[in-house]
Design a binder for this molecule. Structure first.
Ligand code: SF4
Ligand code: SF4
Length: 379
């Protein structure tokens, strides 16, 4: 345990972030993931008082990409921030201990923090052939997760592998890989799918547990609504191109170079619930698939990732913007009429009808609709 703690910076005034930066970083991070000022204040108080929840981080069938993604952050140094807020008592990638010493560390942390620690699971759990495809210290992943989760205060599955099986569970799933919720049936497991999971989403979940002693509101798959409540499509910077019918037809064409919509290249953004479009990776601007010119792969969706071919298109949940949106192609001088409400709701409805195109985009979109007034206003 001591070996591991040498990786930690110390909260507020220690050798990590200075006190002022620490407070600012927590407040900003709390706001970014949806915690209000009161919760952020409680979090700061808890951190200053040295109240750090114990975290036991388990690794099973995975690539360690979720941990790597967390450690590659900066501005603020998110990994440092997380390590300032929690006591990372067991993490096989980061700890120097090995073998018997590591096993002892795990059991000591479980005993000392019984009923209070956060059990973080990274990686899938193989079940085929009595789980022999992942054994650590003579125990199968299934045995380990059952033991550690039994005494935990909260359980978090980080990444798609831990959430439902991810890559290891792709057809034909030779090891019978499943996620933590399936392995721990009947227990509440917060799932943070993503390949890798966004570190901010983990931070948000950990912050709430530290500050309020509760878990965030979850959807029916255990995903926090603050991060998975909306689709990529709803906040995509290329959305205006989708609405205008401007699509990349093949990689490298003029549309691709100009950064128009990737729907026809198989973008799964319309069916993928995640926050990547607003919380980029590593705090690098545009460091997410669509920002780099590649379609969203749907890595947070069990029914899409590693199952639906990369370039197959998906059905569109919400094909048009709300009817009240101003047209993006309105001729100059005529938007004002809409904005002023000249045509009112009736014009809005007519405008929306003009925009609506095939749900699957089977037909080529026509030219933008004429501004209100040219085609008359429906009663
Ligand atoms: S979800 Fe992706 S990045 Fe995370 S451990 Fe699994 S394969 Fe690696
Ligand atoms: S289809 Fe994909 S690229 Fe196009 S607007 Fe939606 S999320 Fe963005």
């Amino acid at each position: 345990m001591n070996d591991l703690r040498s990786f930690e910076s110390h909260a507020a005034g220690g050798d990590g972030l200075d006190r002022r930066s620490f407070l600012k970083a927590i407040t900003v991070a709390a706001a970014a993931v949806g915690l209000n000022a009161t919760a952020a204040g409680r979090l700061v108080e808890a951190a200053l008082a040295g109240l750090k929840p114990s975290v036991i981080w388990l690794h099973f069938q995975e690539c360690t990409g979720c941990t790597e993604s967390l450690l590659r952050t900066s501005h603020p140094d998110l990994a440092k921030l997380i390590l300032d807020l929690v006591s990372l008592d067991y993490h096989e990638t980061l700890m120097a201990a090995a073998g018997v010493q590591a096993e002892e560390t795990l059991h000591a942390a479980m005993k000392a923090n019984q009923g209070k620690y956060i059990c973080v699971v990274e990686g899938a759990i193989p079940t085929k052939d009595d789980g022999i495809y992942c054994r650590i210290g003579g125990k199968t992943a299934l045995q380990i997760i059952s033991e550690v989760a039994e005494m935990a205060g909260a359980i978090v599955a980080i990444g798609s592998c831990a959430s439902w099986g991810g890559i290891p569970s792709a057809d034909p799933n030779p090891t019978g890989a499943i996620g933590a919720p399936a392995a721990l049936e009947g227990k509440t497991v917060v799932t943070l799918p993503g390949c890798p999971a966004n570190p901010y989403v983990f931070l948000g979940t950990a912050l709430q547990y530290v500050a309020l002693g509760s878990l965030p509101a979850l959807d029916d798959q255990g995903r926090p609504l603050f991060a998975y409540g909306r689709t990529i499509h709803e906040h995509c910077p290329r959305r205006a191109h989708f609405d205008a019918g401007r699509f990349v037809e093949q990689f490298g064409d003029e549309g691709h170079r100009q950064g128009v919509c990737l729907y026809k290249m198989g973008c799964k953004g319309p069916a993928t619930h995640a926050s990547c479009s607003t919380l980029h990776f590593g705090e690098v601007v545009d460091a997410w698939p669509i920002g780099l010119g590649h379609p969203c792969f749907g890595c947070t969706e069990q029914k899409l990732a590693f199952r639906v071919p990369l370039h197959d298109t998906v059905m569109i949940e919400r094909p048009t913007p709300p009817d009240t949106y101003a047209p993006i192609h309105a001729e100059q001088g005529r938007v004002g009429a809409v904005a002023a409400g000249l045509a009112g709701l009736a014009a809005g409805a007519a405008l929306g009808a003009g925009y609506r195109f095939a749900r699957k985009l089977g037909s080529e979109p026509g030219p933008p609709p004429p501004p209100p007034g040219d085609e008359g206003v429906s009663p």
